[in-house]
Design a protein around this ligand. Sequence first.
Ligand code: 0O2
Length: 211
Amino acid sequence: DVAEALERMRVDFEQFDLEYRSALSEVETRLEVLRDEYLHLHDHNPIEHIVTRVKSAQSILRKAARRGLPFDLEVLRREITDIAGARVVLSFTEDVYRVFELFTSQPDIHLLQVKDYIDEPKPSGYRSLHVIVAVPVHFSTGTQEVTVEVQFRTIAMDFWASLEHKIHYKFDGDVPAEIAAELNEAATAAAAMDARMEHLHRQVRAHSAPE
Ligand code: 0O2
């Protein structure tokens, strides 16, 4: 069971934590470099903020148990792709795709999966661009490819997702139909807001462009 495995695998999970934290530092640094360079070249900061987290050993094991996976380190590494998670919040939808392209086209980043919930929102109304990558991390023992999930979203998408997450939690996943419907409408309004802000941003750029 989970409690017994937690005790038995404590040292393994310390190693896990080190690997995944290092991979997240790597990802964060690369995104910060892109942000700084973009600001320097185009006078626009596309990234509002980045948050990262490593899933706790308990959450990893619970997720594995839910999926019927054996508590084996190699299986967990392979099957649980969101042990390391980075959330990148950007100003505009066009920035989401631009930063995604720049980041995933780096030659040593291996793109494993893309789920575009902006193009095709989830039934809840959730929108974000989800990407799973393998990032090389150089340890004294050699180079390791570590899997990281990166979620790219705008401020409006992030605002919606954080509120929806709280509501979901409050109702223990069983959100009343009228609240779910209103949340869905709010997601549509957030998408309209994104389109409008991007339009405004383009107009401002056109004004300030040199003759
Ligand atoms: P937390 O607390 O954010 O870590 P799986 O990852 O296997 O559960 P799937 O479908 O493979 O499921 O992954 P998906 O849907 O691509 O990504 C799951 C993550 O996206 C979630 O992580 C959330 O962070 C986010 N997400 C997906 N759908 C919704 C939604 O409807 N509302 C909100 N607020 N967030 C969503 P976790 O592990 O569920 O939670």
